[in-house]
Design a protein around this ligand. Sequence first.
Ligand SMILES: [Fe+2]
Ligand SMILES: [Fe+2]
Length: 293
Amino acid sequence: MPETLASAQTRLFKRLNASSAPYVDPLAVLRWESVAMDAWWLPPDALSLAGIAEFEALPLAVRRRLSHHEFAYLLEAGLWLESLFIQRLGGAIDREPDPERRRYYLNEIREEAGHSLMFLELLGRAGVRIPAAARPRSAAATALGRLLPFPGALFWTVTVIGEELGDRLNRMVPRGVEDVIVSAVVYHMARLHARDEARHIAHTRAVCAEAVRRLAPWQRLALSPVVAMAVAQYARRLCYPPRVLYLGAGLPPQTDWGALARANPARRAFVAQATAPTIEFLRSVGWRVGDER
Ligand SMILES: [Fe+2]
Ligand SMILES: [Fe+2]
């Protein structure tokens, strides 16, 4: 007898819950006393100004400091999205009838809380502060995240977008580049986050695919431009920090670093590569996105 959707999903939630069960508390396992400021936090080729002559000519300490600030910028995006996600999952626990799914929501909330706590710990210990005006948040996206029906095709779709792009940037840290020493704490933090995120993304992709499949063809057609806009805007926001971030990192103020990053061919290629798997997935579930590529 073919497996029903409900039993396939229960099996998925059981599997995810089993691998979430040996919970690792990031605050307890990371070696916080070794936060290094004389190391890279993101490898140099993952920076928004990678390859720009004016930037590459700056002293090593300044270029490394930008890596601290760009990584912190990524953590700020994480704090923002994780807080929204915790709110939405938290609001759904009590009305969720399936015990496995309920358990999964609680596991994911615990893991996201652990991530946000480790982000705050690193930022606090390192003394790296991203000014409020430079944080990668938007009032419109916050409203969308709070108000989209849960569970629903659009909610899970924007969650896929939010999780996957951040995860791909985070995975740049532990991938290793010759001759580049990445801070040990940041390295372990990124690995720990990527491990949990793999589970979160497996869940989000599965529920997103199912929810989008249930939409009528006209709904998919009508909502596809919203999805395409969400991918483009989030990629822009996350991969091209505002001018004030470069100034906060101590780059010379007379240069418009934000404009240089936006015109940087290496960065554009990086962003296209980082968004490609998500666009492929969104297309595979029925959204019409990526035609403009
Ligand atoms: Fe997370
Ligand atoms: Fe997550």
